[in-house]
Write a protein that binds this ligand. Structure first.
Ligand code: LLP
Length: 461
């Protein structure tokens, strides 16, 4: 569709730059985004189009300054608003690889892991196990053993886990938290809502009393406190305030039963900006709300302040990363729409096809051009639903132009696949004009490294 003169002027590269905001989760672009003399987008002092030539296309680009800023805002938010001890742990499911784990640990954060694989990567990155928390609704016996062996805290989700831990524990006394389903509803996509009662995660509230008795009778497990996570991409603050009250009530009950419960983990969930319409609270507002709610609830309950923990994922890395693609083919469906295709798609960003997630994009090698058409940005997979953006307003583009999709730092690479045997893109960390590889681009050889060709199927070549 060609835009007419009366069409509202859609935001283009320069307009998007105006959406840079000091709270990373409220910023559509990484904090270091600028336009250089070639009219190209720069992130972390690196020209995005040049990065594509250097590292290949598509490419995940993460901005170190934005990640560090988000980490600091979380830490300071708690430190300035909570009189007790606190710890921010990074929910690494949003993006787990060696470099990101090392980076957040350098900023004083712990790491939340949700599988043996995330735990392994985090340990390999050198993160102190005392700051690692292991989640999941179906941890295997092997995973529980790995957690015990390294000495991280285990967030128990169900009876089977508690019984297995009690069996494995005699020589170690692992630290165990209890995940509860708080029965709090929030407004987000149903697939990423977790705090309502009909959720696969955590203990139902009416079971908690029995679980506390189990801890009383099982000294081999060190019960450290409660955890809950109500969902993801949340813009409201009220559910988190309510959650503080629910968790503090349980903490009080555990203390009445003589348990040395001393930590309270309120989960993650703060939303980010994928489009101009998204309006999440800032990291500072969110941390202040949570810290004050927990402190007030503890005063009311007359219990000492627990160590306060939160575990953000998306809001630490989401808007700090972009994906750069190269534009390829174009197809015009008369009187319907124009498709432009890029060299990636649902394999590097599964969120549009999974959650109908909406993203914004622009052309990084012509930032000052005004929009002239509305197109559908399609991926290159053999799947009609492989569309990254249904309606993108862009200037006229040519094959070879650089298309940048914003806010892909969280749940992009971590949910990536090799569908159609596409190679997963490389990821670089940019800072002060320098780009370091965090993840290599896959090769064709990588694709077959775990394949096995039984002898009877081998043919002379
Ligand atoms: N803690 C627990 C126990 C979680 O399950 C999650 C996310 C987090 C923390 C971090 O939540 P965040 O701060 O990132 O909202 N793949 C989905 C998101 C699934 C979230 C799963 N759990 C997406 O792409 O939207």
């Amino acid at each position: 569709m060609v835009l007419t003169e009366t069409s509202p002027q859609p935001p283009m590269g320069q307009q998007f730059l105006k959406e840079v905001n000091p709270s990373p989760n409220q910023s559509l672009l990484p904090l270091t985004a600028t336009i250089n003399q070639q009219d190209h987008l720069e992130i972390g002092g690196c020209d995005v189009t040049t990065l594509l030539q250097q590292f290949g296309s598509p490419l995940y680009i993460m901005d170190e300054h934005s990640i560090r800023t988000a980490c600091r805002q979380y830490r300071e938010g708690f430190a300035n608003n909570y009189s007790g001890d606190s710890l921010v742990i990074y929910a690494s499911k949003a993006l787990n690889c060696l470099a990101i784990c090392a980076l957040v640990a350098q900023e004083g954060l712990g790491v939340d892991v949700a599988s043996g694989g995330e735990l392994y990567t985090t340990l390999q990155a050198g993160v102190d196990p005392e700051t690692i928390y292991f989640h999941g609704n179906n941890k295997s016996r092997g995973e529980l053993q790995e957690a015990i062996d390294c000495g991280c805290t285990i967030v128990a989700d169900n009876w089977l886990e508690l019984e297995t831990l009690a069996e494995l524990a005699p020589h170690s006394t692992p630290q165990v938290m209890l995940r509860i389903t708080p029965g709090i509803e929030c407004h987000t996509h149903e697939y990423i809502r977790t705090g309502h009662l009909d959720s696969k995660f955590g203990f139902d509230p009416n079971q908690v009393e029995t679980v506390l008795q189990f801890f009383q009778n099982t000294p081999a497990l060190d019960f450290v406190g409660f955890h809950a996570h109500i969902g993801s991409q949340i813009f409201e603050q009220q559910p988190h305030q309510d959650l503080a009250g629910v968790l503090v009530d349980w903490l009080k009950r555990a203390r009445e039963l003589g348990l040395a419960a001393r930590e309270l983990n309120v989960g993650g969930g703060l939303g980010i900006r994928y489009t101009e319409q998204d309006d999440p609270p800032s990291i500072s507002e969110w941390t202040a709300t949570v810290a004050q709610a927990v402190e007030t609830a503890c005063q009311k309950a007359e219990i000492p302040l627990p160590k306060l923990i939160c575990e953000p994922g998306r809001s630490l890395v989401g808007t700090t990363g972009i994906t750069a693609y190269t534009i390829g083919s174009r197809k015009q469906v008369p009187e319907t729409r124009t498709y432009i295709a890029v060299d990636g798609g649902m394999s590097d960003n599964a969120r549009p096809i999974t959650y109908e997630a909406v993203y914004r994009c622009f052309v990084a090698n012509q930032m000052s051009q005004t929009a002239s058409e509305t197109v559908t940005v399609a991926g290159k997979h053999c799947e009609s639903g492989d569309v990254l953006i249904q309606q993108a307003t862009l200037p006229a583009t040519q094959p070879g132009d650089t298309l940048v999709v914003m806010s892909t730092g969280g749940y992009g690479y971590s949910m990536a696949s090799n569908y159609n045997r596409l190679l997963r893109p490389a990821m670089v960390l940019v800072h002060d004009g320098k780009a370091d590889v965090m993840v290599n681009r896959e090769s064709y050889q990588n694709l077959i490294q775990n394949d096995h060709l039984p002898e009877r199927l081998q043919r002379d070549r």
